[in-house]
Design a protein around this ligand. Structure first.
Ligand code: NDP
Length: 305
């Protein structure tokens, strides 16, 4: 008997072609009424859910899939997957760890250089025929102090890159890592005080919500730059906008926002902000590797059944 799979999120292009001969695939409509109608019709037969870290597995969707056995998600973030509910029901949750680590670390370096060297302003000047007119100088990155909030797989890949920029490296997370040569701080405020660049790369979710608040931003100070490639929820976005407007920090490079894809007008108006659309893992190589993991996770789970 065919196995029914629900496709509820955008996926890399190599996923569905590998699965359509093996499974009966149902794509969740974007329109809420159409989605409800579809779930009423096929929800009970769905055994696998294909999604991504941003679109996740909302509670209401899980409730509409009483016979779900596996969630295969593209990405490593689990904050939108309702893991506790899923695991409580015995649903297996699979993500795509490892394959995107290097690109996200590269993305953080790109945002660090773009903010401190004012690359976007410089580029806009050239395109507007203004060359050097009214273009302030940027600041050096080499030798500046890097603070990493979350020295996990991506944080460590970032640290390895920062060594080549002669940056002294410090970090904060819940547990000190005895295997790395970097300086540990037992609070985010203390890390921010000791940093010229503070890079956020902890998971999202309630445990890290608004971890970067006004106090942390003030500890980073007027010469400090905040980079967020983790999750928007980790930074208090209203406080960040205020700090940028008031020059209490120098700049920010943000790949993730609190309410994606909504971008606050106040951020768009600021010259000292570089924004990318949750794009740090967005290379062809990584997306195809993520897609392969998503497909393999499903194929391996159902095996020869
Ligand atoms: P890892 O699990 O390898 O590392 C996460 C690190 O965060 C750990 O070292 C952990 O240390 C620390 N951490 C977790 N919870 C807390 C907490 N409450 N307080 C302080 N530190 C904490 O994950 P990755 O490095 O692979 O990925 C990190 C995150 O990056 C993902 O969860 C995802 O949200 C985001 N991401 C963003 C992408 C993008 O495109 N922008 C792409 C991929 C990932 P400890 O347990 O000691 O606290």
């Amino acid at each position: 008997m065919a196995i029914d799979i629900l496709v509820a999120g955008r996926l890399p292009p190599n996923v569905l072609p590998q699965l359509e001969d093996r499974f009966r695939l149902h794509t969740l409509p974007r329109d809420d009424d159409e989605a409800d109608a579809m779930l009423q019709e096929v929800g009970g037969s769905i055994r696998g859910l294909l999604t991504n870290a941003a679109q996740g597995a909302p509670e209401a969707l899980l409730a509409a899939l009483p016979n779900l056995e596996i969630i295969s998600s593209s990405g490593v973030g689990t904050d939108a997957l309702n893991v506790e509910i899923a695991e409580g029901r015995g649903i297996r949750v699979e993500t795509t760890p490892g394959v995107l680590t290097d690109d996200v670390a590269d993305g953080a370096i790109a945002l660090m250089l773009a903010t401190t060297r004012r690359l976007m302003q410089a580029e806009r000047n050239v395109r507007a025929g203004r060359w050097l007119k009214d273009l302030p100088l940027g600041n050096r990155m080499t030798g500046k102090r890097l603070g990493i909030l979350g020295l996990g797989k991506i944080g460590q890949a970032l640290a390895r890159r920062a060594v080549a920029f002669d940056m002294p490296i410090a970090y904060h997370q819940r547990n000190r890592n005895p295997e790395v040569p970097y300086t540990y701080h037992d609070s985010v405020v203390s890390l921010a005080e000791a940093s010229d660049f503070l890079v956020v790369i902890v998971p999202g979710g309630p445990a890290t919500e608004n971890m970067v608040d006004a106090q942390v931003l003030d500890a980073l100070g007027p010469e400090g730059i905040l980079i967020n490639v983790g999750r928007g929820s980790t930074v208090d976005q209203c406080e960040l906008i205020r700090a940028l407007q008031q020059g209490r920090i120098r700049a920010a490079g943000l790949d993730v926002l609190a309410d994606e894809p909504h971008v606050p007008e106040a951020l768009l108006e600021l010259d000292n902000v570089v924004l990318t659309p949750h794009y740090a893992s967005g290379t062809i190589e990584t997306r195809l590797a993520m897609g392969q993991r998503v497909a393999d996770n499903l194929l391996e789970y159902f095996g020869a059944e």
